[in-house]
Design a protein around this ligand. Structure first.
Ligand code: WTA
Length: 640
């Protein structure tokens, strides 16, 4: 708490307009600070108020938030409102339709890939569809606790499928539709799903993606394939929700792990519900007349928390967009903003940088006067992109909320509150309620005041992940072993003289390509599986739009020649193993890799070579320094 200043600084910062402050839930920094202290010192009171908005079949019995964050004291665990029973689908749909009388309110404006392809779904209609599909799942034998894999494009049926699972207490495990058959298979097997829900296909821009064909590569018995439309046609619209315990699993979502094998991040019902609802309401300063649009895909955590659960819990109207920011042209986003009068808009730095390249004219073709708040997520936003977003898109009227969080955190953890927090371009500013950050040095000592080091959290908030599905030990090792007593994010962070936090990016073997986390090990093992490759090392190279691009060094087996054909094959290999998001940008033939005497690849050196930086720093531990010259000579200058 002492790390949060009493007053935000008056200089070098940008403030929200008076109009926005007037109606805001958290109108000033003083109010933020007051509530923040309460949220950290008395989580039960703070979250208890949030919980009042929801329906509980039975009340919780033990402590509001019970936990152990210290591996030296026993198993790591987090429990929120244990003993209470509820149903998240009931809370985000039935309660809105029946108690809050929002049945006729639009839940989603679905906007297809092709302009003109559109559909409107009200809360009542969504509830009906969810009940019908929940009955379909039941008729297929799906029960509480069963895992259901979902591999679908951005269509309303995807939301219906996930909420139908939640309604009957089944655990959804959504796999982003850009993943390959092999990645899908790995996730289905790991989460032991009993059913896969997919679609025949969809268009992304002008490209057809035949999802069902990809899914059929998964070892699966074609005799069990059933058609959504024929099943749902005859299903009943009545479906009693299954009451779940607070700590029953809600979903599994896979995220890249540094060993290469993805981790099944597990979230549970009540804590996740409270956290996504509260962050949505306060970070986007949600009001009932808003039209909200998050451009993320539901296959990632941003879509789970801020397209489905957070907005629906608040009874919000959202745009659900199937397409791309550049199709049919680079004005598409702003055309949609005007079409639906979007007031709160949430996207990724990579999309901003992409559109920035085309200048302000495509933006200014549309008036965007409905916009009130702009958000970003997924990677650090460079101040230049921030300024463009703020000045050109928002015309300096709209605060920008730079929200830092992770699949693991369930919701925003470091973020400005739009009317309360004076902004500094590129800073995720301060912690959300209940979140206690710290910065540690390499030896695990907590740093005070202006400093830079590992970003960690000292105590849980309701929405934090509970375990890695099927591997609690991996959960403890990944997040809690390095610095006992803390949750380790894997990100670096700097705190400035005013107490603002600046996320500096991953400090583990993870890469962030267009906002998608990839582990270097995952890409390396896909490359090494090719018969020509003996060894591979992958590093990130800064990229003006994607943030980072994949630069791969490959050492070939004896007697094999490096040529264009092999390069194409290697690229294809990675796409097929992981998916298009992991396609290498550069592949370099590397007859030797820089290694320490103990055989460890020196990635730090490879990163410099990828960027053609001659100053390699200290290379005294290098086993054979002659490889360096050769690597510089063979550098790739153009992407493959
Ligand atoms: C990065 C996405 C800086 C970070 C919600 C984190 C960010 C990883 C920001 C999680 C931000 C996300 N500023 N970095 N505002 N938001 N990141 O699990 O490295 O897909 O650890 O969750 O993205 O990615 P994930």
């Amino acid at each position: 708490i002492k790390m949060i200043p009493d007053k935000a600084p008056g200089e070098e910062v940008l403030h929200a307009s008076g109009d926005l402050k007037k109606q805001a839930h958290i109108p000033s920094f003083e109010k933020y600070k007051e509530l923040y202290i309460r949220s950290v010192e008395s989580p039960e009171e703070f979250w208890g108020d949030v919980a009042e908005d929801f329906f509980w079949k039975t009340k919780y019995t033990g402590k509001f938030l019970d936990y152990n964050f210290d591996v030296t004291k026993g198993d790591i665990f987090v429990k929120c409102m244990e003993g209470a029973t509820t149903n998240i689908c009931y809370n985000v749909l039935d309660r809105n339709v029946h108690e809050r009388k929002l049945g006729d309110k639009v839940a989603f404006y679905w906007e297809g890939n092709e302009p003109g392809d559109e559909k409107t779904v009200t809360y009542r209609e969504l509830l009906q569809q969810v009940c019908k599909f929940a009955n379909v799942l039941k008729s297929q034998g799906v029960k509480k606790g069963d895992r259901v894999s979902i591999y679908m494009p951005m269509v309303v049926e995807l939301v219906v499928a996930m909420l139908a699972c939640a309604r009957i207490g089944a655990v959804h495990a959504i796999v982003f539709a850009g993943f390959s058959a092999e990645s899908l298979c790995e996730r289905i097997m790991d989460s032991q799903c009993c059913i896969l829900i997919t679609a025949d296909g969809f268009y992304r821009g002008d490209k057809l993606i035949s999802l069902k064909l990809i899914a059929d590569e998964v070892p699966w018995n074609p005799e069990v394939d059933l058609c959504w439309h024929s099943l749902i046609g005859g299903a009943s619209e009545e479906c009693e929700p299954v009451w779940c315990d607070s700590e029953d699993p809600l979903f599994i979502l896979y995220t890249s792990g540094s060993t290469g094998k993805p981790k099944g991040v597990l979230h549970t019902v009540s804590g996740y519900m409270l956290y996504t609802a509260a962050t949505f309401k306060l970070v986007f300063d949600y009001h009932s007349d808003d039209v909200y649009w998050c451009t993320a895909d539901i296959g990632w955590i941003t879509g789970h928390s801020y397209i489905t659960y957070g907005p629906l819990a608040n009874g919000a109207t959202s745009v659900l967009f199937e397409g791309l920011p550049t199709y049919p042209d680079v004005s598409r986003m702003w055309e949609i903003v005007d079409k639906y009068h979007v007031s709160k808009f949430y996207t990724a730095p990579t999309a901003i940088r992409l559109l920035m390249k085309y200048g302000s004219e495509p933006v200014q073709k549309y008036n965007r006067t409905s916009l009130k708040i702009l958000g970003t997520v997924g990677e650090p936003i460079n101040p230049e992109a921030w300024q463009w977003y703020y000045s050109v898109v928002g015309e300096k009227r709209c605060p920008v909320v730079d929200t830092f969080w992770q699949t693991e955190t369930g919701g925003h953890v470091m973020t400005p509150l739009p009317a309360a927090t004076p902004m500094k371009p590129g800073s995720a500013t301060f912690p959300f309620f209940g979140v206690v950050p710290a910065i540690l040095n390499e030896s695990g000592e907590e740093l005070e005041g202006p400093s830079e080091g590992y970003l960690v959290f000292k105590q849980p908030w309701p929405g934090v992940m509970r375990t890695v599905y099927g591997n609690h030990e991996r959960f403890e090792t990944t997040y809690f072993k390095k610095f006992p007593g803390f949750y380790v994010t894997g990100d670096g962070c700097r705190r400035d003289k005013d107490g603002y936090y600046w996320i500096t990016g991953r400090i583990d073997d993870m890469l962030n390509v267009s906002g998608h986390l990839l582990s270097t090990a995952e890409v390396e093992s896909a490359l090494v599986e090719h018969e020509a490759v003996a060894e591979a090392a992958v590093v990130g190279r800064p990229h003006p739009v994607k943030g980072e691009s994949l630069y791969c060094f490959v050492t070939l087996n004896d007697g094999i020649n490096y040529n264009q054909k092999l390069e194409v094959e290697l690229k294809k290999q990675v796409r097929e193993k992981i998916g298009a998001i992991a396609t290498p940008d550069y592949i370099q033939n590397a007859p030797g890799l820089p290694k320490t005497r103990s055989g460890k690849i020196m990635r730090r050196v490879l990163r410099k070579i990828a960027c053609n930086e001659q100053d390699l720093g200290d290379v005294s531990t290098l086993a054979d320094s002659s490889v360096i010259e050769q690597l510089f000579e063979n550098r790739c200058c153009t992407a493959v």
